[in-house]
Design a binder for this molecule. Sequence first.
Ligand SMILES: [Zn+2]
Length: 329
Amino acid sequence: MKLVGTAEVVQGAKTQGYLQVGSDTDGTPFRIPVLVVAGAKPGPTVWVHGCIHGEEYGGAASIIRLVQELDPQHLAGTLVGVPVTNLPSFKAHSRISPLDGANLNRIFPGNPEGTYSFRLAHALLEAMATTADWVLDFHSGGIGAEVPFYAIYDDNGSLASRRAAWLAERIGVDTLWRSAGDFRGTVTAQAAARGIPAVTVECGGGNVTVEHEEQFKATIRNALHALDMLPGTAPVQPQYRIVTDGAFMFTGHGGLFVPACPVGAVLKKGDLIGRVINLYGEVVEEMVNPVEEAWIAATGHRYWPTEPGQLIAEALPVQGRRQASDFPG
Ligand SMILES: [Zn+2]
């Protein structure tokens, strides 16, 4: 009998269980819910999780909803859904862990002897390594920021990285962040390092709109189409915008942030990203695009407060454009 945590994988059925990783400060075990949809026919296993950053709720909601909608009789292979991977951070509405202050998506592969977040990273990666052929990792701008719908893959030059790029081209997005080494502590990078193609999907932030939910759900369905696990065809765009590791913009002053462009905008060098005004209405800071051609991958919300040193926007350099790749063998 194959298990994912305590969830049995039963051909042609939906099952559930949990992964147990450590315990809360009062001794209550952390039981991370796991949903399994095992197809009537054999095929690969896709693992999809949300809430590595606990306050990015769109992924969790969409995984729960899509699992409810899927019919195992139509599926070839297995979908493993983990709606909320980081329970302490989820409960605290926080990007970082209230237990140890760690940003879970910067500390993979973790450490089984470390503080809770490090143990969690280690346990998650071990569970993926024994279960998953492909990984989808769902994120958003969190409570305080908005991001467009796009995908990220880690390019370490391996076959797993090329397969991640291939899958990222087929989930419905037109922009791919090819991360080339600045973020080696992410789950995506460390899954790729273990030979598992992994794609991060970014979408929305703050409230989970119907559109965000539909985009995340479409991502899973499209991945299943691309991998021949569900009947149907995955969308391929005429061209993909490739962006790369780039300028994270931090405010230098406190006040209210006023974005000057929507997320997903393409800006020339010197174009205005946003302003900070003080509580008298005076402009205390103007943030301009520092790179030749930038794609705006995140901004803070309009008129939300900001303090010095807060990450307020991401201006990712546009590296080029390309057509969809063939399946890397
Ligand atoms: Zn995130």
